[in-house]
Design a protein around this ligand. Structure first.
Ligand SMILES: [Zn+2]
Length: 111
């Protein structure tokens, strides 16, 4: 897992970029892990839109952090998981096994 996000203050609270984005995610959603009373308590969909915006439009966050289309967890796509063959869906390491189909010719397809 990589560390590309530059923090403006010395901080050893975060393990890596995924940890930072997970903290932002928890804050935006009002998840227990942050328990910050300033949380806007957004839906996961709205929270993801903000993180996506900070990846693609104002590129502060690395765009390798993805949201699993199955379980909804965030993960580092450079380190784990995979994309469906039609490029429409992305899965974390825990879920991708449920989407791999091996046909009679031993050809692997990710649905
Ligand atoms: Zn998943």
């Amino acid at each position: 897992m990589s560390n590309r996000i530059q923090l403006f203050k010395e901080n050893t609270k975060f393990d890596d970029d995924l940890d930072i984005i997970n903290q932002v995610w928890d804050f935006l959603c009002g998840n227990e892990r942050t328990e910050n009373k300033l949380s806007p308590n957004l839906t996961e969909e709205k929270a993801w839109n903000i993180i996506y915006y900070l990846q693609e439009y104002v590129p502060i966050f690395p765009d390798t952090i993805e949201r699993c289309n199955d379980c909804g967890n965030l993960f580092d796509a450079e380190a784990e998981g995979g994309v469906s063959d039609d490029d429409e869906r992305i899965y974390c390491e825990s879920c991708i096994g449920d989407h791999i189909i091996i046909d009679d010719n031993n050809e692997e397809t990710i649905k």
